[in-house]
Design a protein around this ligand. Structure first.
Ligand code: NAD
Length: 422
């Protein structure tokens, strides 16, 4: 079993640390955010992530999982350091590597001989070299190990990966990192650093392409009277296409796809390739936000109040970063609408959105509204009885951008109902 430090305890870092500890490794997680570390030390989980609390509590109890403030306090006697710091969209759409570089600089002189720095943050091709240059430690290898977990099912995804990718110019170092995952019995792809880094962007771009494709087909379905759900079922049975990621929706968002597609466009530009296909995928997504917002706006009427169910970028997470719901809210505010919103994980006013009234229940959000818009696929919305909503709304209209609700039940209750692509 290995001695591991994890730098950055966000969605990826905390999941990585808790899961590696559950596999038997000794893990010390570090963050610059003191209050986050304080909460973690007392077993309090700062994010919503299924199964994570149990793993963290077990890790703390077994003594295999500890938390400290500052990377420098985690790395002194470690064999592997996982960098799980943010790589937000920087100037021009390129990934901003400053957090990665700063973390590398902090640990540079403290790393034990022959330790390995593992880059789990999503970084552009060539970043392994950037970290090597910052470290200036020929005795320390840098390995790329991109993460493919999905928020909401992060623990499950980490412990049951479809594959583990490790890339380095030093094959032995890459293999040592691969061995940390051996007990997961997943295929381990060992490759060079540039390929590992490209795999992560290619995977996210491909998934975003699938969703934009579905949303485009959904628009056609609406025009020709087809039902996109059956169309997707019909193509998903084809194993060359597969069933996953074939649901239409309000557009894709979240903390990864928007920034990673833009970063890949930049990478392509620098590689002298005009990636028109991916640009089209991004454009279709922006059109989808516009289409959904104008659909809601048209039904709400001028200055009308919109009740919104769901703010997070997907169900089962509390993450609002680049959420499609916020994209649509931006457009609705710009066209003069009032917004009342409910999300099971959002209890306080939305930072940056003073106009949005955050309510404490689905029904409260509907009070006096001219249209109800479902923007996140939280399962509990499906089970709300439309009869309970009737008396609270000013007009009976539903726009279900997730095709989540029971259309006939809402129509029977007297609502007009519009889904996506049907
Ligand atoms: P996050 O913002 O949730 O967490 C990052 C953490 O790093 C924060 O807690 C921050 O305080 C901490 N941090 C920043 N600088 C630090 C430093 N110098 N020392 C110690 N801690 C520091 O980010 P995230 O969503 O976990 O993403 C991290 C990386 O993983 C990004 O590159 C992202 O693209 C990639 N990724 C994310 C997901 C996802 O679903 N969130 C999936 C795969 C890959």
């Amino acid at each position: 079993m290995a001695l591991i430090a994890v730098v950055g305890t966000g969605y990826v870092g905390l999941t990585t640390g808790a899961c590696l500890a559950s596999l038997g490794h000794d893990v010390c997680c570090a963050d610059v955010d003191e209050s986050k570390i304080q909460r973690l030390c007392s077993g309090e989980i700062p994010i919503v992530e299924e199964g994570l609390e149990r793993l963290v509590l077990e890790g703390i109890a077994s003594g295999r999982l500890t938390f400290v403030v500052g990377a420098e306090n985690a790395v002194r006697s470690t064999e592997f350091v996982f960098l799980c710091v943010p790589t937000p969209e920087g100037a021009d759409g390129q990934a901003d590597l400053s957090y990665v570089e700063a973390a590398a600089e902090e640990i540079r002189s403290l790393l034990p001989r022959d330790s390995i720095v593992v880059n789990k943050s999503t970084v552009p091709v060539g970043s392994t070299r950037v970290v090597e240059r910052v470290l200036r430690r020929p005795d320390v290898n840098v390995v790329s190990n991109p993460e493919f977990l999905r928020e909401g099912t992060a623990v499950h995804d980490f412990l049951h990966p479809d594959r583990v990718v490790v890339g380095a110019d030093n094959l032995e170092a890459a293999q040592r990192v691969g061995q940390l995952y051996e007990s997961l019995r997943a295929p381990i792809l060992v490759t060079d650093a540039a390929s590992a880094e490209t795999i992560k962007y290619a995977a996210n771009a491909f998934l975003a392409t699938k969703i934009s494709f579905v949303n485009a087909i959904a628009a056609i379905c609406e025009g020709v009277g087809a039902d996109v759900r059956d169309v997707m079922r019909g193509i998903g049975y084809d194993r060359r296409i597969g069933n996953e990621f074939l649901r239409p929706g309000p557009g894709w968002g979240g903390s990864c796809f928007p920034k990673d597609t833009l970063a890949l466009l930049k990478i392509a530009e620098r590689a002298d390739y005009k990636f028109d296909l991916l640009q089209g995928v991004v454009d279709v997504n922006l059109q989808q936000f516009d289409r959904m917002a104008s659909r809601i706006s048209a039904v709400a009427g001028e200055g009308g109040t919109v009740a919104i169910w769901g703010l997070t970028f997907k169900a089962l997470t509390d993450d609002l970063r680049d959420s499609p719901a916020l994209e649509i809210i931006d457009r609705l505010i710009a066209t003069g609408h009032k917004i009342r919103a409910y999300d099971p994980t959002v209890k306080e006013a939305l930072r940056g959105y003073p106009e949005v009234v955050v309510c404490d229940s689905e029904i409260a959000a509907c009070k006096g509204s001219n249209v109800l818009a479902v923007l996140t696929e939280w399962e509990n919305f499906r089970w709300i009885d439309p009869a309970d909503v009737l008396d609270h709304v000013a007009s009976r209209h539903v726009i279900d951008t997730r095709n989540l609700l029971d259309r006939s039940a809402w129509r029977t209750a007297g609502f007009t109902y519009q889904g996506v692509g049907r």
